[in-house]
Ligand binder design. Structure first.
Ligand code: ADP
Ligand code: GN1
Ligand code: MG
Length: 345
């Protein structure tokens, strides 16, 4: 996705429509791949996060309804969450979470434990959200079978003539197709229940404060899903030894001590998990990491229309890191399963 630019006039008009007129600066912020995020400073010292939702990806009205329901539910329970100050589609304004920071990479096991606990608590806090069912913002979001279908379509269409460049990557995927349906099938059979899940449990979607408190942000994909999707994406991002777009693959692997901290932090708070969910925790890390890698590869083949990229091969670089992470998890599968058993006992 190309970076959209907005004139100062547009940004000022948007802010005025949400009651903010004393801004001193409005600057691009964060490292998300989808929305356009800005930090707003004002004369009074009050700060905001202004976001333009990517409407090519999100159905804006459903998204607004979901975000308002989730934030209001959490607020009612006295749980600190994003505070919506204005929402005029496709723009919205949040209070800036003062004193909190987000990180892109775990550097100590305690951070992984904290993040896993934060997402477990988030799932628990939303378990009693009154009916109706939350809108399914992006259907089949983590459905690996469907992601494979989309990869096959993109390879067939080959709009950028890049298929020949990724023969090795496509063969890598082919060797792993068999396991793609496992979670989808367990959900269809009812062995794994549908829950309200976050679905984008990247480490930078938890804001951390020095006193150990945290706030789960980026609620755009909070919708019905599987707890395993959330845990799997935590393993992808919070057990990683290097950034999602690290080019030196010798630096990319899944760190066992971070994985253990994730399991410990998650199981300490996710008391609601059933046996089938627990039995697939380690597997979910491999599956979701492969799935996100498939999505990067698909976007590379499709001409980089979905994820924001900073250079020509960015999506392919991201695909390589994901596949390397999967290989690392595969190599440690027996140890990872043993860790899950240790904390499930
Ligand atoms: P994206 O969907 O593009 O990932 P996010 O909602 O995660 O967008 O926001 C991007 C980044 O902006 C976050 O990782 C975080 O660092 C920062 N951010 C988002 N909301 C807030 C907030 N309310 N207060 C402070 N920082 C925020
Ligand atoms: C996107 O918006 P952001 O950067 O938090 C994507 C996730 C991917 C992630 C990969 C709506 O998340 O699914 O896992 O990039 N979000 C959407 O870094 O597709
Ligand atoms: Mg984000």
């Amino acid at each position: 996705m190309s970076n959209r630019t907005y004139s100062a006039e547009t940004l000022n008009e948007v802010l005025a429509s949400m009651g903010v007129t004393d801004q001193t600066s409005v600057e691009r912020y964060g490292s998300g791949h989808i929305n356009d995020t800005f930090k707003v400073e004002t004369k009074s010292g009050v700060r905001y996060i202004l976001q333009r939702v990517n409407t090519d990806i999100f159905p804006p009205e459903m998204l607004k309804a979901n975000v308002l329901r989730v934030t209001e539910h959490l607020a009612k329970k006295g749980i600190k969450s994003l505070e919506v100050k204005g929402y005029e589609n496709p723009w919205r304004l949040y209070s800036f979470l003062e004193g909190y920071t987000s990180i892109d990479l775990v550097t100590k096991p305690a951070e992984a434990e904290l993040v896993a606990g934060a997402f477990a608590k988030f799932q628990n806090d939303l378990a009693d959200l009154p009916a109706p069912r939350l809108g399914e913002i992006i259907p089949k979001f983590h459905n690996t079978v469907d992601r494979l279908r989309l990869l096959d379509e993109a390879a067939k269409a080959d709009v950028k003539g890049r298929k020949a460049l990724v023969a090795k990557e496509l063969a890598w995927v082919d060797q792993r197709r068999e396991e793609a349906a496992r979670i989808v099938n367990l959900m269809a059979s009812g062995d794994i229940p549908e829950r309200i899940t976050h679905n984008d449990t990247k480490i930078n979607n938890v804001m951390l404060a020095p006193d150990g408190t945290n706030v789960v942000i980026d609620l755009d994909t909070t919708m019905p899903g599987s707890a395993l999707y959330d845990f799997g994406d935590m393993v992808r991002t919070s057990s990683a030894a290097a950034a999602e777009d690290e080019k030196d693959l010798s630096k990319v692997y899944s760190k066992k001590e971070y994985f253990e901290a994730l399991v410990k932090g998650y199981l300490a708070k996710a008391k609601f998990l059933n046996e089938a969910e627990k039995a697939n925790l380690a597997f979910s890390g491999r599956l979701i990491t492969m799935t996100i890698g498939i999505r990067f590869l698909t976007d590379y083949l499709a001409g980089d229309t979905y994820f924001r990229t900073a250079y020509e091969d960015h999506n392919l670089v991201r695909c390589h890191t994901q596949f390397k992470m999967v290989e690392s998890m595969e190599a440690q599968a027996a140890e990872y399963e043993a860790i899950v058993r240790k904390y499930s006992a």
